[in-house]
Ligand binder design. Structure first.
Ligand code: CP
Ligand code: NVA
Length: 310
């Protein structure tokens, strides 16, 4: 059966660590794996803007020996309403994998249902699982381990990053706290699924509405923009309730010793993160951005290896 990576928990805990191990290998030796030698093409489709995802998939696919076919949805028939399943059936006969950044998760699920090659989530409204592979690679580099660490994500608890922190953190046995205003809580279904995963891995998940409860003693502090792509019209309302959840130097002081500060970027200094925090000693954001490359190469290599052994 074709394996896809649509949500963080599409990989089992053991598989997730295998991918992170391969990501570390690929970081040490950029050309260790060449599963796309040929070159075979990978379609990388964007319904929303991107800098990091576009660059890291393009460079990564090339470094795996392949050809990145980057498609802007607006200039494709997908953007004019061609059925997603028809697009999948055209792409899977020519490409080794399909990577897609889109809106509703359902669109990605529809692509995967019709595709004979792996489909990878490059961000949806609900999840950003490739980002979490890079984030957890970064934490592992800094802390030497993942299981048992406390990770606090503070900000918009209802967005893609919050949901992916819950699912991915639970998968690797972390204690994940989402700290957000009450009106911006994670989806109950995601919290429930993450709790079920955490029960098997020894991790835990919690949603708190008091920022101080979130920051206290955390090993990892993460945040994201308060205004995700597609929410620009709500920007004025998406400021005051979030101010207590900003990653400031006080938040860093309240955390555990030597916390790791993460932000998927793009960052808005003075809003969700203070300049002296993102540009300060606890910040791992540039390693985190670089690790998108290594983690996604590992993911593609792993998914293609499952195809080969199926
Ligand atoms: N972090 C992230 O996905 O960045 P881009 O939107 O620039 O791809
Ligand atoms: N939550 C953000 C992440 C950007 C990488 C968004 O969806 O815009």
């Amino acid at each position: 059966m074709t394996r896809h990576f649509l949500r963080d928990d599409d990989l089992s805990p053991a598989e997730y660590l295998q991918v992170l191990d391969m990501a570390a290998e690929l970081k040490a030796d950029r050309f260790a794996y060449r599963p796309l030698d040929g070159p075979r093409a990978v379609a990388v489709i964007f319904d929303k803007p991107s800098t990091r995802t576009r660059v890291s998939f393009s460079v990564g696919i090339a470094e795996l020996g392949g050809y990145p076919l980057v498609i802007d949805a607006q200039t494709s028939q997908l953007g004019r309403g061609e059925p997603i399943a028809d697009t999948a059936r055209v792409l899977d006969r020519q490409c080794a994998a399909i990577v897609w950044r889109t809106f509703e998760q359902q669109r990605l699920d529809d692509m995967a249902a019709a595709s004979a090659v792996p489909v990878v989530n490059a961000l949806t409204d609900e999840y950003h699982p490739c980002q979490l592979l890079a984030d957890l690679q970064t934490v592992r580099e800094r802390k030497g381990t993942l299981a048992g660490l406390t990770l606090t994500y503070a900000g918009d608890g209802a967005n893609n990053m919050a949901h992916s922190y819950l699912l991915a953190g639970a998968t690797v046995g972390m204690h994940v706290r989402v700290a957000s205003p009450a009106g911006y809580a994670p989806s109950a279904a995601v919290l429930e699924r993450a709790a079920a995963v955490a029960a098997r891995t020894g991790g835990s998940v919690a949603h708190v509405t008091d920022a101080a409860d979130g920051f206290a003693g955390a090993d990892v502090l993460a945040t994201d923009t308060w205004v995700s792509m597609g929410q620009e019209g709500e920007a004025a309302d998406r400021e005051a309730p979030f101010v207590p959840f900003a990653l400031t130097s006080d938040a860093v002081k309240a955390a555990a010793r030597d916390p790791v500060v993460l932000h998927c970027l793009p960052a808005y200094r003075g809003k969700e993160i203070a300049a002296d925090v993102i540009d300060g000693p606890a910040s791992a954001v540039w390693d985190e951005a670089e690790n998108r490359l290594h983690a996604q190469k590992a993911l593609l290599t792993w998914l293609l290896a499952q195809e080969a052994t199926a």
